[in-house]
Design a protein around this ligand. Sequence first.
Ligand code: SF4
Length: 971
Amino acid sequence: MSNPPNPFGTLQTFASDGATHRFYSLPALEQAGFPVQRLPVSIRLVLESLLRNCDGRRVAEPAVRALASWRPDTPRTEEIPFVVARIVLQDFTGVPLLVDLAAMRSVVQRLGKDAKLIEPLVPVDLVVDHSVQVDVSGTPDAFARNLEIEFRRNRERYQFLKWGMQAFDTFKVVPPGIGIVHQVNLEYLAQGVLSTGSQISNLKSEICYPDTLVGTDSHTTMINGLGIVGWGVGGIEAEAGMLGQPVYFLTPDVVGVHLTGALCEGVTATDLALTVTQMLRRAKVVGKFVEYFGPGAAALPVVDRATIANMAPEYGATMGFFPIDAECVAYLRATGRTAEHCALYEAYYRAQNLWGMPEKGQIDYSQELELDLGSVVPSVAGPKRPQDRIELPNLRRDFFRAFQRSVTENGFGKSRAELGKVVPVSSNGAYHPGGGGSGEPVSQQGAVAAGTNPITEREMVLNRPSPDSVAAPAPQVKGKIRHGSVLIAAITSCTNTSNPSVMLAAGLLAKKAVERGLKVNPVVKASLAPGSRVVTDYLKKTGLQKYLNKLRFNLVGYGCTTCIGNSGPLHPAIEEAVTKNDLITAAVLSGNRNFEARIHQNIKANFLMSPPLVVAFALAGRVDIDLSCEPLGTAKDGTPVFLADLWPTREEVRTAMESALKPETFRKLYANFAAQNPKWNEIPSSVGNSYEWDRQSTYIQEPPFFEDFSLEAGPIAGITGARALGIFGDSVTTDHISPAGSIKQSSPAGKYLLENGVSWADFNSYGSRRGNDRVMTRGTFANVRIKNLMLDGEEGGLTLYFPRSGTASGSVGAGSGAATAGEKLAIFDAAMRYKADGTPLIVIAGQEYGTGSSRDWAAKGTRLLGVKVVVAQSFERIHRSNLVGMGVLPLQFVEGTTARTLQLDGRETYDVLGLDAGLKPQQNLMLRIARGSGEVLDVTVRCRIDTPIEIEYYQHGGILPYVLRQIVARS
Ligand code: SF4
């Protein structure tokens, strides 16, 4: 093996525990003339990756120079090629990535090569956490029954994952029932410092480097609380990272948040996270790094830092980073990492001059903000957005205001007169899938207005009864509900369940409530879904779990549950009362997002809060209450009980905490967890290096990305005679392009599933079927809210189909589309006709095309429909790069040009001119448009292939063929 690169003479040594290690030294780079020491810590960690990977191919020296010369206030034009150390995946996004790897192995095998050539080049950990749903709650066996149902629903996907585990050396799976990806990452996967190089023929062979990662879940940022650089990306970028390619991102501004003071008695880390979210949303940190520093940051334990870092997507930042210090190594020790590793960790960061929380004036930030932790007060956020923080005493008032505000002002548009309405609920527990009996699942009756609140990667709308739910008869409910009633109270989400201080506070509050004889109203669906089994361990050791159980906060699962919308069905009698009376009811949860319909399809007001407040509001049973002065219940002796009577003191929490972070507990629970999960072991798995595709499967299919694959890429081909598949307006989201939620029976995907013997009750969601391109391609542009301007903005995934006519240049009878009005078809059906005709497709769009959460299928589905070009007024950054990553050409209209100014109506044909003449990043090209009338006009467009490496991706038909050809060529 060749010696590693040594740019700027930075390959140096450092000592730890008597051993010598090598590293790429940032102080040495400083000596080479770069002012590294004043750079934000997060920038320095990315810079280390550039130095270490500076091989002139993936990372060139100018990129190192550019980042080492980062200035706080210069215009941001350069993309950073960031090679990450590892990848984390959750199961919804991880399954399609494994499908792609399996497909690459199949191709390699067909080429007569060893399938093992395809192997992730950096370690990949997939945590199965997104598939558990709260079907059963409030009973001692809820966890076991939910796990049983989860395994039954997802058996096929889990079989596939088990194949992946044995087939790849660097692909590991944390099975279901263990925890939530970000908490498992914090408590177990993250090492803080990594090392490599055992094959290098040199005595001092080991090279140490910072733990960095990207993950396919936006809350990957939680790991920033442990001084680790990482954030959420789309599947295509994760795939690139997995295959050793850089993840590209625009050089960021870095906003420094100077924390001072300390949290007051009675204030939690959740209150702080909600305060920071509101403050940073207002400060407009979208697309920027946020870095916390100062004495307040130094005093926060890692678990509090992680809660704040988790919510970076909610405040809009790429990261919410805390630098590395003694708290970090203390956390690593407390969670069972070895003494030797902790010593190496500290020695490495000291050698890099990265040890210790920076103080004011030490670092040049693009902007500095101040927050005195002593000013933080108990808070909740809602009813629809995480940044809408409400001080606890104001919740009653703010709920009433939201109740009467118009919908356009983020309210519920109700009249004051309706407030008094009370609806009795009574049921003997009979349970009927479908609830309303309309024949369409509940979740499909009220589709989300994706244009306003796009469902994200994690927002699967699964809270509908399924055949499995029938096996779980609902308990009797009898009570009254009204506007403001709490129907879901969920201790959920890695945001908070990774933080023992708030989890123990919830248990302590439950204990005091039970001791006073308080109960939770039976209409409230209470649940406890921690992000790891460590939580159960300490809640049991402290004796607090039994009090939570008495209030029906029984364990329901170790997974994402209510945080992602997997809150499961409500009792049908309650659902009926809510929907028939259009009640504005509430969910209270310790999660991080609360867009309407995210938590439950029929619950409109959703409030984020700390776990102890979740218990308190479950007891109160309503949100129109001022807990600072109104009692939340009546004790068994008849006296009113106030929140202040139940709230645990800091001392009580601290005492309980002593049992929470025991290294041996972490070591035991994270040792061989696969063996501790009999259900996982029972799942049969195929073996072998390549996957035997089951053509009958409706979950896993070999994707056609490598159809007609050849070892040579060939020149970039011109595009002629393209037809518009859709003409869209502004802010088309990735959820419009590739919906994640439920599948309509009448949609192409629904028909496909029915034809393949899947009943609608078993449709599951698009999210869970991302391993099957047949479903996903049919689902592309199938969102019920997408408006195609070719059909005067009619909603639904429809378009006009025109039989083949020719090129815009007129070579084959241009403009004959004028002769027909076009046939109205589902977009998938039209795309297949165009494919049969040999007609390439184009999509025309407005501003911010592909906004919303990054979703690989938005680009993959576009490509598989046969779309060669997307022309937009502007693109969302990640979706643009994903399009290139899938071999689709993004073009941008020049300022002032739109589909409207061009008077496009869908009858046109299009040629893209200039592609074959040595395409350059961002060069201008000509879009030749032939109208139905025969008129031809030429429009200048900018090619949004932005970097040289993207030109290569595009020429190869996307990242996957590009990497595959490289691997095969090297073999
Ligand atoms: S608990 Fe919520 S934030 Fe955490 S991984 Fe799951 S969906 Fe994402």
